[in-house]
Design a protein around this ligand. Structure first.
Ligand code: ASP
Length: 354
């Protein structure tokens, strides 16, 4: 992939207070209408022209922009690898990173990066907008300015938020706990199972107890092998045996995120238990994630989940589907022995589950 790179020193002639790398991938923030009236992503200059207040920071800002910005519905693991490599290549020179990204799949990208950037001890803040930055009522300016401020915040010489997070509409959320919940209003993201890391008002109020503790001298290590041979299977009343069997027999499939009801419950129909059991016997990992936004999977609490536990379906606790999908891609990409894979899936790696 090729990039455009620009440097903006907003501190000159003084020394900058921090160095921030902005990675512009696309999304509504920088979009404009094409001839047919559809919103398509444009280059970063459009953003800069619309945020003159960026110049009031005392920062060294480097902007790396995808040559062809994308609508985030087109994001793929290859883009995650590219973003993680940009971060790794610039890691020693930068104090923090801000990724401008479409909202549609931002929670997937944030989750993936949290697993890919092992040993991260600097802020990686994703943000975007519901309205293009050129629109008078756009939410883009506030999101961008505060995301940059959060990425550059330090206390006692260390970054305040040394983890992958999403800043949107006054809330800073842990990336791998976030979900896009709203496509019309400005409050696009929620994190039902984990508190906000910060709330922005007159001041930015950080919840220090909720922010991940990391060691200042941990070393960044990239995990860039992702295996996408996984499937999300969402149960519903009336789901047919033939469709479940077809999904589980997909050639090459190695993992299934099984979206269940309530606290991890599913139909007790014999054919379903048998189909899941056959898949598990073939070595397919089945990860139980609830369709509820809040609460967690508690396999065995109801009769309708006891059978899942008995046949070896793994509990996803309170993980989101976005984090479950990307965690599975990363762990399957490591080709771990079965017990280690099971242990890593069912235990938190970087704050994604309780
Ligand atoms: N379709 C856009 C995207 O995700 C929506 C947005 O940016 O909010 O790229």
């Amino acid at each position: 992939m090729s990039y455009q790179r620009i440097n903006i020193d907003t501190a000159s002639p003084q020394a900058p207070e921090a160095s921030i790398l902005l990675i512009y991938t696309g999304g509504t923030m920088g979009m404009g209408k094409d001839e047919s009236g559809a919103l398509v992503p444009f280059d970063f200059q459009r953003i800069l022209d619309n945020v003159p207040s960026l110049k009031t920071f005392n920062l060294s800002l480097t902007v790396i922009s995808f040559e062809e910005p994308i609508d985030s519905s087109n994001v793929s693991p290859d883009h995650w690898v590219e973003i993680s490599k940009i971060i790794a290549d610039n890691y020693d020179d930068q104090d923090g990173f801000v990724i401008l990204h479409g909202t549609d799949t931002m929670a997937y990208t944030a989750s993936a990066l949290s697993f890919m950037l092992e040993g991260l001890n600097k802020p990686v803040v994703l943000t975007g907008a519901q309205l293009p930055i050129s629109a008078a009522r756009s939410d883009a300016r506030e999101n961008l300015i505060t995301a940059i401020e959060i990425a550059s915040r330090r206390e006692n010489g260390s970054p305040v938020v040394p983890e992958v997070c999403i800043y949107f509409n006054y809330f800073l959320l842990r990336g791998n706990r976030s979900k896009k919940m709203e496509s019309s209003h400005f409050d696009a993201f929620k994190s039902e199972n984990y508190p906000a890391l910060a709330v922005s008002g007159v001041e930015i109020d950080f919840d220090f107890a909720a922010i991940r503790k990391v060691s200042d001298d941990s070393k960044l290590q990239l995990n860039t092998q992702l295996d996408n041979n996984i499937i999300v299977l969402k149960l519903f009343p009336g789901i047919s045996e033939s469709s479940v069997t077809a999904v589980l027999n997909t050639p090459g499939v190695r993992g299934v995120v099984l979206e269940t009801f309530g606290a991890g419950n599913a139909q007790t129909a014999e054919w379903l238990t048998a189909a899941l059991q056959t898949a598990i016997t073939k070595g397919i990992v089945i990860f139980n994630v609830s369709q509820c936004e809040g609460g967690k999977v508690r396999q065995g609490e109801y009769e309708t989940s006891r059978h899942l536990k008995q046949i070896g379906v793994l509990s996803g606790s309170d993980i989101t589907t976005e984090a479950a999908v990307t965690k599975m891609m990363i762990l399957l990409g490591k080709n771990l022995p079965q017990e280690i894979l099971t242990k890593n899936l069912t235990n938190p790696i970087c704050g994604e589950m309780t």
